[in-house]
Write a new protein. Structure first.
Length: 298
């Protein structure tokens, strides 16, 4: 796959605040990469330099083969941008806004198709000022894709969405991926990154502190599996065939080989007539790993 984004040793400071400090990464065509990090980590500043809205102090950026800062219309027509907040004329209708923006592109996506893709069919004739926060965010996404871009930047695209609208937005990103589009997004939702991203980049204090797939980042693939079940406080742990620790009215066993451990545990329970109430088997979630990474950095 050709490389769409190349970032090498990127730096950006504001007075004595070092917002981005030596960030380097690549994104290949057709990938969806999620950039995670706490507020003030440098995510938005990094994305803005890729979009060409800010100039780096040092380092290099190439996006679709262009330097975003000096690139002209050829570059702009190949990217779509969904900012955290977009300034839209509140007195235009949804359809009017999209027709106006579509006119800026040589080969835009059909306006009716774009409206349908973001789930605003029933609001096409409504003025922007009458839309709910979630509906306005859908319109922001529509403006980002109406030019039929090769590369789409999504800065926290589902902020303000209810769970149903978020799922619809995810389906839209999956459809764009199926069309061969490349997506770079920032998000605070770990389930969103898990669902959408091929790779995750975690930024803290202006630096990349971890990078990998959602399933293996931060050693997640090799992390111990946690087995939990109810166990009365007056019963000794020594009765259980696994090494466990107490957690209120439950016990927890952390094991490297969950299939063998569960077989041993359940065979023991059946032989003794025990009921393992509340039995759960989990590995650390992406959120668990993310919080650990951020906590270690802090």
């Amino acid at each position: 796959m050709p490389t769409v984004i190349e970032v090498d040793d990127l730096h950006k400071s504001y007075a004595d605040v070092h917002a981005v400090q030596g960030v380097s990464f690549t994104v290949d065509a057709g990938e969806c990469v999620a950039v995670l990090g706490p507020n003030g980590a440098g995510k938005t500043t990094t994305i803005e330099m890729l979009e060409g809205f800010r100039s780096p102090d040092a380092g290099s950026v190439r996006v679709l083969g262009y330097d975003p800062v000096t690139a002209g219309a050829d570059y702009r027509t190949r990217i779509g941008v969904v900012l955290q907040e977009c300034g839209i004329d509140p007195y235009l209708t949804v359809e009017e806004v999209l027709r106006m923006h579509a006119s800026y592109y040589e080969r835009p996506r059909a306006v009716a198709e774009t409206i349908a893709m973001v789930g605003l069919d029933e609001k096409r004739a409504s003025r922007v000022k009458t839309l709910s926060g979630g509906q306005q965010r859908r319109l922001d996404v529509a403006l980002g894709i109406v030019g039929d871009p090769d590369l789409l930047f999504l800065d926290e695209p589902t902020t303000g969405f209810d769970p149903s609208a978020r799922r619809q937005a995810w389906e839209l990103v999956h459809r764009l991926r199926d069309l061969g589009k490349t997506v770079l997004l920032t998000t605070h939702y770990m389930d969103e990154a898990q669902s959408l991203a091929d790779r995750v980049i975690v930024i803290a204090s202006g630096r990349i502190i971890a990078e990998g797939t959602p399933d293996d980042i931060g050693g997640r693939a090799d992390a111990l599996t946690r087995i939990r079940f109810a166990w009365p406080a007056d019963r000794p742990l020594s009765d259980i065939p696994l090494t466990t620790t107490r957690d209120d009215d439950s016990v927890i066993a952390e094991v490297a080989h969950p299939t063998a451990a569960l077989h041993e545990l359940t065979a023991w329970a059946v032989a003794r007539g025990e009921e393992l109430d509340g039995l759960t088997v989990t590995k650390p979630s992406l959120e668990d790993v993310y919080l650990q990474l951020i906590g270690d950095e802090e």
